[in-house]
Write a protein that binds this ligand. Sequence first.
Ligand code: ARG
Length: 461
Amino acid sequence: MSEKLWDGRFSEKTSRSVEHFTSSIDIDRRLYPYDIEGSIAHCKTLAKAGIITEDEALTLVQGLGVVKREIAHGDFLFDDALEDIHMHIETRLLQEVGKVAQKLHTARSRNDQVALDIRMFLRDKTRQTISHLITLCRTLVDMARVHIDVVLPGYTHLQHAQPVLFSHHLMAYYEMFKRDRERFRDALERIDVMPLGAAALAGTTYPIDRHYTARLLEFSSVSNNSMDAVSDRDFILEYLAHASICMVHFSRLSEEIILWSSSEFSFIEIPDAFATGSSIMPQKKNPDVPELVRGKTGGVFGDLLNVLTLMKSLPLAYNRDMQEDKLPLFRSVDTLCDCIEIYIRMLPNIHVNKERMLQAASVGFLNATDLADYLVGKGMTFREAHGCVGKAVGIAIQQGKELNELSLNELKNFSSLFDGDVFSYIAMDQMIGRRTSFGGTAKQNVMQQIAEADKEMMDAK
Ligand code: ARG
């Protein structure tokens, strides 16, 4: 017979291939600090309820400390036959402190234990994600401040639309990542729920104080329903859904950085430390970091879909399928944190070619709307003005000119309302400076947004 902790009813040894197939130790071993911390709190809960003595609790807690150090120092032997991190720790504890270790699993099941471990892990990681996002938001705000006056062609349909401040564009990403932070903060409330004591599914006959366990582990609430406690993985789905949206934002920013650093745009230069060369083309400097971030987005979407599909149609309560939740969760948590960190490092070092951006904003009729607005100011209806300027654009294209390169007399052919003040009206700084509607790109508005953002990120947690 093998020496499994659950094999009382078994008369046959588990097949090696089944041990290998069912084992999750390669994945869930990283939960060990949480498993041990949870077990320590459980010991104290058992002692408080008089289920084990204070001395027994002390022995168990000390033994768990020994196991924790062994794992941390790499002195621990992992074995497929022991399935998962919970079994490994309990088995090693038994060797370390003897028979009293057999009391540790009283009033507990691996079903509530694993739910506890993942929640503790994800609580830490969500806090880390939030703090990374705050740093990223601050980085974007700082960058917007540094480049406050830089003009960028604004695009719709990736066609020249209207000039905007580059700082305004950066602050758009600030808004996206701020929403991501808010989503993770909101999810934290539902991650931070203590499931231990639900036991296998029905609760326990032992008089444990679950709220005491929650206090020991600094949980803000305790799960209300034991069946939900062991079968709920919504909190993982929420993290993955929020991570997916955040990766959408990263993929968009990455795409722009990749485009902007191409020789066609030449708006920015990625710092050498964040680019790589080609093994064949000596001239190449490739935007690998944003490309990889863009590429990793698919993996995070896949992880969300993985866990959604895993949970779909599962009957209550615990099902072994749920063991498969960890790999996608861990992978996405690591990917997202890596992506945020690398962006925090890369962004402030990007060289902004403001002359090139301004030059690009000066061609392609980005002043057409303003020219129409000019006519509206002189009394024409907007629709009429739109048609009038449209004709002017047509002629300008034929002549290979910009609108501001047409003479006043040429402009007068389209409307007698055009006058000498038209050229200053469509000067770049005028066009941007007039967009003072709330949330618009006028410098004073962007500075206001930056000041607001400074305050928001000062208070953000
Ligand atoms: N390794 C399992 C998991 O990750 C732990 C829970 C096992 N429970 C059970 N009844 N076999 O889900």
